[in-house]
Design a protein around this ligand. Sequence first.
Ligand SMILES: Cc1cc2nc3c(=O)[nH]c(=O)nc-3n(C[C@H](O)[C@H](O)[C@H](O)COP(=O)(O)O)c2cc1C
Length: 205
Amino acid sequence: MKKSFHTRFSDIAKVRNRAAFADIEQKITKYEYGSDAFMQILSSRYSCHSFTNYPVSDSKLNMILEAGRMAPSAKNLQPTRIWVVKGEDALARLRTVHPCYGAPVVLVVGCRNEEAWVRESDGINSAKTDAAIVLTHLMLTATDAGLANMWIWDFDPSKVREVLPETREHGIYALLAIGYPADGAGKPTELHSVRKSLDELVTVL
Ligand SMILES: Cc1cc2nc3c(=O)[nH]c(=O)nc-3n(C[C@H](O)[C@H](O)[C@H](O)COP(=O)(O)O)c2cc1C
């Protein structure tokens, strides 16, 4: 039987090391090295510009959120917050700010500068860096779970705070749209394969 696009996408993203996300309170005693599983997650991730409304299961969503919780932060201050937008009414309100490509789940990632570490030497606040690490964990774990996703930054954070009053006390850093890719429009864009060479990226001193 011919596999659907969703199944094939999920197959590509599948890895053996799910135990790593099980529970950070439990000591992880077994981790299998020697596979290219992590590189496969990195290479199968892409920005999806069109989703179906097929729902994301709670077990997948919980695994993704758990991965966000595991993210490191400067001085371990953990200034990041996540709002899961998946109810019809909340999604409709958020889509007045950004259409989110029709994703059935959008994670709103925010942070509070006053909860983050400030580097003494130049006064730079780590809140946005910490939030970006959480987002990266969320994005890659969603890929591992066979879900397409999209990091959205081009929107007005003040409007998100207006339509989702629960977020009002926070800086809104980014949106992560998650779901299953729509046939055709949900595939990677040309930009996905455009990367600088290692020579351009890296300088060895
Ligand atoms: C910080 C960040 C912000 C982004 N914001 C947007 C956005 O607002 N709208 C959009 O269409 N793509 C956005 N993208 C997706 C990038 O355009 C995309 O990652 C890049 O073109 C490479 O394509 P790929 O993700 O498919 O590999 C964002 C990506 C990152 C990492």
